[in-house]
Write a protein that binds this ligand. Structure first.
Ligand code: SF4
Length: 237
């Protein structure tokens, strides 16, 4: 799976101009998670991340190219304990997986993608309420005063995400990136639509759409993303 590799490179290139903090996933305890989403009322909120008019974005890239060699959490901008008011927010996930079998075993690849999408929206750290808009790829977070008091950090929340992703079969290593610098969030914001287009095209291909490039609405994506045409046209044979 190399379809997202360019988007991973573009993201990391944008981040390379800023000073980030790296925490190894193995060195931090995961923040306690709940089984279901929790509603934090405004009066109990200590912080809001990515709330309008600040920018916010969320996207996930999958690779088998050795882009993530160990579990890690990267933080660009202020960590939770340093934030005093509203700020931009991005959460980007890069997953290193075993071959999803997309060329040989459609059902396996489909299931793997479904499982990864499920995790994307089903991690519920205590005192950390995530509101997502899958339409616009925005993600806003409300953190309770209680969680702030207990010392919640991006490292501990990131470790909770890592644990959930590692529970999915085939996931080898996970990089969770949190960004609270609004300018940097704005810079990577357009990547989310491109990643979305790749995921949608891949899903359509796995769904068995006809191989007729001349009449296909996915053509702009396939012209741009290395490996997509080969994946689809190769499947035909
Ligand atoms: S390879 Fe051709 S038919 Fe298949 S999704 Fe891409 S443009 Fe469409």
């Amino acid at each position: 799976m190399k379809l997202y590799d360019n988007m991973i490179d573009v993201t990391m290139e944008a981040l390379s101009h800023s000073q980030g903090k790296r925490v190894a996933g193995s060195s931090v305890s995961a923040w306690k998670c709940l089984d279901n989403s929790e509603f934090i009322m405004q009066r109990d909120a200590g912080l809001e991340l990515g709330g309008a008019p600040e920018p916010s974005v969320n996207y996930t890239c999958v690779s088998t190219s050795g882009k993530v060699t160990e579990d890690e959490i990267l933080v660009y901008g202020r960590d939770i304990s340093e934030i005093t008011g509203g700020c931009g927010f991005a959460r980007v996930v890069v997953l290193e997986t075993e071959d999803l079998g997309e060329e040989a075993d459609t059902e396996k690849a489909f299931q793997a993608i479904r499982n990864l999408e499920f995790v994307r929206y089903h991690v519920f750290p205590e005192g950390y309420m995530v509101r997502v808009s899958s339409q616009s790829n925005q993600e806003q977070v409300r953190i309770s005063r209680e969680a702030l008091k207990k010392g919640i950090s991006f490292a501990s929340v990131g470790a909770a995400y890592i644990a959930k992703y590692k529970a999915v079969e085939g996931v080898k290593n996970v990089r969770i990136i949190f960004i609270t610098e609004s300018d940097l969030v704005k810079e990577i914001l357009p990547n989310a639509d491109k990643v979305d287009a790749i995921t949608k095209t891949l899903t359509h291909i796995l769904d068995g759409m006809p191989t007729d490039c001349g009449h296909c609405s996915m053509k702009p994506v396939c012209d741009e993303v290395e490996g997509m045409k080969e994946l689809h046209l190769g499947k035909k044979h």
